[in-house]
Ligand binder design. Structure first.
Ligand code: ZN
Length: 125
């Protein structure tokens, strides 16, 4: 089963929760984290989760409405981040910790029961 829940969408913040359940294990990945920490926690709580239950945060690009509190959540709750090398560099994180994931165009990333296949789209980032 695969479920999606939009926590925020728009120029003031973007965050989408993706949850996979294979009958035994749940995997939860947040696609973008463009909110403040308090607002993100409130919206995750409304979805029945806490930030510590996220298996990863995938940052699509470095604009603030997509990054938000991602670095804070990663540091505070030990949630691994996924992003392109360019996005990590823009976030002044050119050498991400080994538990984080560098996304490459067309290459599948396995996170728990989810497989993510990022691809490049034109954008000013
Ligand atoms: Zn953007």
């Amino acid at each position: 089963m695969l479920r999606f829940r939009s926590l925020a969408s728009g120029s003031s913040g973007n965050a989408t929760l993706v949850e996979a359940f294979d009958g035994l294990h749940r995997t939860r990945v947040l696609i973008d984290c463009g909110l403040g920490a308090r607002q993100l926690a409130a919206r995750l709580t409304a979805a029945g989760l806490s930030p510590s239950q996220l298996d990863a945060i995938f940052i699509t690009h470095e604009h603030g409405d997509h990054v938000g509190c991602a670095l804070l959540i990663a540091a505070r709750f030990g949630v691994p981040l996924c992003a392109s090398a360019g996005t990590f560099a823009a976030l002044r994180c050119a050498e991400p910790p080994p538990t984080w994931h560098i996304a490459r165009d067309g290459q599948t990333l396995a996170i728990g029961g989810l497989q993510l296949r990022p691809f490049t789209v034109p954008h000013d980032a």
